[in-house]
Ligand binder design. Structure first.
Ligand SMILES: Nc1ncnc2c1ncn2[C@@H]1O[C@H](COP(=O)(O)OP(=O)(O)O)[C@@H](O)[C@H]1O
Ligand SMILES: [Mg+2]
Length: 248
């Protein structure tokens, strides 16, 4: 029987996330299989892995949305999650969406502050369906930020955005992280995005963290730096993507 040992506490000052022996099965098949993961406070970690390898499953567990697990999962009490689809309630204006589910009776100014931080204060009164994809994603980020998270969980948040909007959104997340100082776990399928933003890139495979790569490049990062290309190529190789044609 699966045991619920999900505890919303910060176990030690040296960790924002501490996961040990985590297993999650669906229909008898272990998608996550005795996984170990540590994230330090204020660390930016990117999580790569082929589609269906269990990234979203792991994120949902860390967010406390899935408790049918075995193993130990220690996460901060204050955590927030943003998904690829912004998941805004169409019948609530943007600022009300930002406050949705917050405990107590938060005032509009709390929402306005977060919307300002993501550059969306001018759309505070708008209805979600009138937002562009990039705006909706920023609203979703604002909704995560009002929770003042110690751990920010992002599941392919830029996946549905066009290239230019995506670059802007990536930059925004980098800035928010530096300003807020929270730990971030970003699930992405984009190796370049991972190398651009993260302190450490993890590759998930076969239900565990199969590989990790520290990114010791100064910020802001320069994608034309040869070391950037080297790190990117190494990770692509780990993911089983053939880069020889590109190099030729
Ligand atoms: N609620 C569920 N019921 C059954 N199978 C699931 C459920 N959620 C995820 N899975 C399966 O677990 C595997 C990992 O899914 P997921 O974590 O979404 O992968 P990723 O995010 O890496 O693409 C997939 O094979 C998926 O079909
Ligand atoms: Mg996923």
């Amino acid at each position: 029987m699966a045991t619920d040992v999900h505890r919303p506490v910060s176990p030690t000052v040296t960790h924002a996330v501490q996961v040990e022996g985590l297993t999650r099965s669906f229909d008898g098949r272990a998608v996550i299989d005795n996984l170990r993961l540590d994230v330090r406070p204020s660390e930016f970690v990117a999580l790569l892995g082929r589609s269906g390898c269990g990234k979203s499953t792991l994120l949902r567990i860390l967010a406390g949305l899935d408790r049918d697990i075995q193993g130990t999962v220690l996460v901060p009490r204050r955590k927030a999650v943003a998904f690829q689809a912004p998941r805004l309630m169409p019948w609530k204006r943007v600022w009300r969406n930002v406050l949705l589910g917050l405990p107590g009776k938060p005032t509009r100014s709390v929402a306005e502050q977060a919307l300002t931080e993501v550059g969306l204060s001018h759309r505070s009164d708008a209805w979600p369906k009138t937002l562009s994809g990039g705006e909706a994603q920023r609203a979703s980020l604002a909704r995560a930020l009002v929770r003042e998270p110690d751990l920010l969980l992002l599941d392919e948040p830029f996946g549905a955005l066009d290239a230019l909007t995506r670059i802007k959104a990536q930059r925004l997340v980098g800035e928010l992280w530096q300003r807020r100082g929270c730990a971030v776990l970003l699930v992405t399928h984009d190796v370049e995005e991972a190398v651009l933003l993260a302190d450490r890139v993890l590759v998930m495979d076969d239900g565990v963290i199969a590989h990790e790569q520290r990114i010791d490049l100064d910020r802001p990062r320069d994608i034309t730096d040869p070391r950037f290309a080297e790190l990117r190529a190494g990770l692509l190789e780990r993911l089983g993507v053939d880069t020889t044609a590109e190099a030729a």
